[in-house]
Design a protein around this ligand. Structure first.
Ligand code: MN
Length: 157
């Protein structure tokens, strides 16, 4: 039920955000959406199957308060959020009062190539308009209450 949480949080009579819809094929695109909500953050989304290697294609999503690093060796916190429908990749606009209220702008977009994929650890090369380079995104397996906390580090110059 990859998109159940996405659906539950939103009132599609009010928000201009896309309705969820399952898709079977992906193009390995990514997007970084600058989301000026109660706290400014950057939503990083990768077009991937719901599970590691099966299921509908969704946008695996992380909220990164300080955006992705643009220099090697810098680590940033990335909080995993609910899977989003693929159509969200083109979304920009104003979300009215309710979940995620605020302004969404596309900060960067492009394609990526997975270079390593394990449970809760993804390595990939981004080919964006602003950001290009290799990254490692991995889960911080500390405490249960931090189950959504990941880190992203840039591994290329
Ligand atoms: Mn957001």
């Amino acid at each position: 039920m990859a998109l159940e949480e996405y659906k539950e949080k939103r009132d599609f009579g009010k928000t201009p955000e896309p309705k969820p819809e399952g898709k079977k094929t992906g193009k390995q695109r990514f997007v970084i959406q600058e989301h000026n909500a109660s706290h400014l953050h950057y939503d990083f989304r990768l077009e991937l199957p719901e599970k590691m290697d099966s299921g509908d294609i969704v946008l695996k999503s992380w909220a990164i308060p300080k955006n992705l690093p643009d220099k090697s060796g810098i680590k940033r916190l990335a909080i995993q959020t609910e899977d989003h429908p693929v159509d969200y990749i083109d979304f920009s606009g104003i979300i009215p009062s309710g979940y995620g209220a605020g302004t969404v702008k596309i900060w960067d977009k492009g394609t990526f190539k997975l270079t390593g994929s394990e449970e809760k650890s993804l390595k990939f090369i981004l080919h964006g308009e602003k950001l290009s380079g290799e990254y490692h995104l991995f889960w911080l397996h500390k405490k249960e209450r931090e189950e959504n906390q990941w880190m992203i580090v840039r591994t290329s110059k």
